[in-house]
Ligand binder design. Sequence first.
Ligand code: GUN
Length: 281
Amino acid sequence: MAKRIDGKVISKQIKDELKEEVAQLKAKGIEGSLAVIQVGNDPASSVYVNNKKKACEYIGIGSISYELPEETTEAELLDIIEDLNKREDVCGILVQLPVPKHIDEDKIIQAISPKKDVDGFHPQSVGAMTIGEPGFLSCTPAGIIQLLKRSNIEIEGKHCVVIGRSNIVGKPMALLMLRENATVTIAHSKTKNLKELCKQADILIVAIGKPKFIDESYVKEGAVVIDVGIHRNEENKLCGDVKFEKVEPHTSAITPVPGGVGPMTIAMLMNNCVESMRGQK
Ligand code: GUN
C-alpha cells in the first residue's frame, strides 16, 4: 500500500514547533518581522503572499506588507529593499516572484541582504548551500527533505532522479539530496530516454511544470514519488505533474497535489525567518 505523504500535517507540525520557539525568543526580547513585497496584482501571487502573511501570524511573528503598483520602477523597489536591509526589526525580506518584466529579477534578488534572504535565492545563499556552509536554504527543496525525513524515508545511498533544473527547485533539490548522501541524477527537457532513467529512481522528484506528465510507465515498482507541480486542470481543480491515480498504486510513498509539497514551502519560509531571528546567520 502506498503511503500518502501528508504535507498539511507535516507543515503544521513544523509551524507548531516554530510557534513554540518564537514564544521562547519573545520571552528573551527577540522579535522580528517578515517584509513581504508584491509588485502588481497577479491573482496567484496574491494568494501565495496572503498565505505567507497568515503563516507569520500563526507562528507569532510580524509581517510588513508592501503591495506596490505594477508601474513601480526597479529603482523604487531597490530603495525599499535597501531600507529593509537596514531595519533591525525586519528578520526577512521576500519579494514575490515573478516581478513585472521591466524589473530585473536577478538584480532584486542580489539586492536583498544574505542575512535576510529567507527565500534562499541570493547567490551567496546558493553558494553556501553548494559547499555545505551555513546559510538559508531554498524553501521548496528544504521542505521536500523534511517531508522525506519526517516520513522516515531513507535517502542515503538511494538513487534520486530530479526532473527539472530551475534555480528555485531542480538545482537546489539535487544538491540537498546529494548532501543527504543520495546518488543524484538531474533530468531536463533535453534528457534522452527520460522514461528509462526515471524507472531507475528509488526517489523520483518531479518538477517539470507540465500537468499530469508522469504516468505509471515512468515509475519503478515501490519507488517514492514527490510531485512539485501545481496546475489547474480543465475542471479548475488543482493537479500536479504526476497522474496521481495511475501512479500511486505503484509507489511505496507519494505526495498528493494539493496537500503535499505546497504547504511545506511556507513552513520552511517560516523556519528561515525564525533562524534569522535566532541570529545564527
Ligand atoms: N514565486 C513562486 N514561488 C516563490 C517563492 O518560493 N518565493 C518567492 N519570493 N516567489 C515565488
